[in-house]
Every structure is written in structure tokens, then in C-alpha cells.
Ligand binder design. Structure first.
Ligand code: GSH
Length: 222
């Protein structure tokens, strides 16, 4: 059976959700983040050298990277669902958002997390004010304006259609859910009305809720 190596509070929540949407049976193999470092446990490196989540194992295949996993699952079990037909403008939009989520949206959100945590780390007391000032400066001068740029962009795009790739819900929305949830948890910026609507719509989907129960909840560090 298809195995999902699931790290708590992580991107692998999206894979559970996609499988629930497809009604595809899977075995969930749980891993817990280190509560201090938030890193995945070392045993995940036995499955894939990077030890990041998600990773799936399906027969002879072991696959990492959410976008690659989503494409593989749709190719193998999708039967045409959750992805616009090839060769259409909607398919191009779908492909764009699938890659954009990890390639462009997540880097400033990850920087935000790192610079928020930096002053809370093991810093000598004398240096703490300096580290705090550097972290605040990086957020103010670069990270926050970048986050605002991306979030304004999402808001504008969701004005054209209910879902990122167009009128129909697709796996691109599943992929975009993680940046959207991370922005809600840690951007510190007000969420636009359309982004809030997007989050409400995805939270209301029965498959999202089933994946939440299966994955043991979802509470991103902010
Ligand atoms: N771009 C990769 C990112 C994978 C990734 O960084 N996963 C995080 C969880 S959200 C992780 O495993 N973090 C724990 C660690 O780095 O040890 C993907 O989309 O699959």
C-alpha cells in the first residue's frame, strides 16, 4: 500500500489531504518534529537522504517534494481529477501555482520564521539586543515587504476566480494551502478578504477535515 511519511505540522498534511480528496487508501507513517529545533527526526533520512517531509513510498518508488508527489499521485491515481486538462489555459495556471507555492511563496515565509526565532535561540545575553535588532531590521527592510507583495498578489488573483487555477478546485489549491496557512500563522500582516475566504473554503472541505484527523491536527509555528 502507498505509504506517506508524515511529519507533524508540516507540508505532508497536503499529501494526506490530496489522498483523501482522491479516496486513495494509504498507510500513514508518523514522525514528530524535535520540539526545540522543529527539525524532523533522523530516521526520516533512512527513507530519503534529505530527511524532509513529505516523502511517499509506492511500490518501487520513493518520492520527495510536494509538487512532484502531487503530480505523481494525479498521474497514477487521479483519473483526470483535480487537474485541468493538458493543453488548456487553466492547466498552465495550475502548473504555475503548483511550482510557485514552493519556488516563490515559501522562501520569504521561511525567512520570516528564521528571523522570528533567531533572537529566541541560544544567543549570549550580551549579544541578544544586537541579534534582536538585526532580526527586526531584516524583517522590516526585506521580509515583510516581500510578504506583502506576495499576499497582495494572491488577493488580486483570487479576485479573478474562486480558486487559484480557475473556477474549479484543483491540486494547485492544495499546494497553495501551505503558504496561505503559513502567511496566516506568521506573516503578522492583515489577511485580505479573499485569502480569508480561500482558507474558509478549504477548511470546510470534508477531505481536508479527514486529513486533519488522520494527520493529528495542524498548527504551524508562527
Ligand atoms: N520543498 C519541499 C520542502 C520540504 C520541507 O522542508 N519539509 C519540512 C516540513 S514543512 C521539513 O521536513 N522540515 C523538517 C526538517 O527540515 O528537518 C517540499 O515541498 O516537499
Amino acid at each position: 500500500m502507498l505509504q506517506v511519511h508524515h511529519l507533524n505540522n508540516s507540508r505532508s498534511q497536503r499529501v494526506l489531504w490530496l489522498l483523501e480528496e482522491l479516496g486513495c487508501p494509504y498507510e500513514l507513517i508518523p514522525y514528530q518534529r524535535d520540539p526545540k529545533t522543529l527539525l524532523a527526526p533522523a530516521q526520516l533520512r533512512r527513507v530519503h537522504p534529505l530527511g524532509k517531509s513529505p516523502v511517499i513510498t509506492d511500490g518501487a518508488h520513493t518520492l520527495a517534494e510536494s509538487g512532484a508527489i502531487i503530480e505523481y499521485l494525479l498521474d497514477t491515481y487521479g483519473a483526470g481529477r483535480l487537474r485541468p486538462p493538458a493543453g488548456t489555459a487553466a492547466r498552465l495556471r495550475y502548473t504555475y501555482w503548483l511550482h510557485y507555492a514552493e519556488g516563490s511563496a515559501m522562501p520569504p515565509l521561511l525567512l520570516k520564521l528564521v528571523f522570528q526565532y533567531l533572537p529566541r535561540g541560544p544567543v549570549p545575553a550580551l549579544l541578544r539586543p544586537l541579534v534582536r535588532a538585526i532580526a527586526a531590521g531584516a524583517q522590516k527592510s526585506y521580509i515583510d515587504p516581500q510578504l506583502a507583495l506576495h499576499m497582495d498578489y494572491w488577493e488580486a488573483e483570487l479576485g479573478g476566480s474562486a480558486w487559484f487555477a480557475g473556477a474549479d478546485f484543483s491540486a494547485a489549491d492544495i499546494q497553495m494551502s501551505f503558504p496561505a496557512e503559513a502567511a496566516a500563522a506568521r506573516s503578522g500582516l492583515p489577511l485580505g478578504e479573499r485569502l480569508r475566504g480561500f482558507l474558509e473554503r478549504i477548511h470546510a472541505r470534508p477531505a481536508y477535515q479527514r486529513a486533519l484527523s488522520a494527520g493529528g491536527g495542524f498548527n504551524l509555528p508562527g
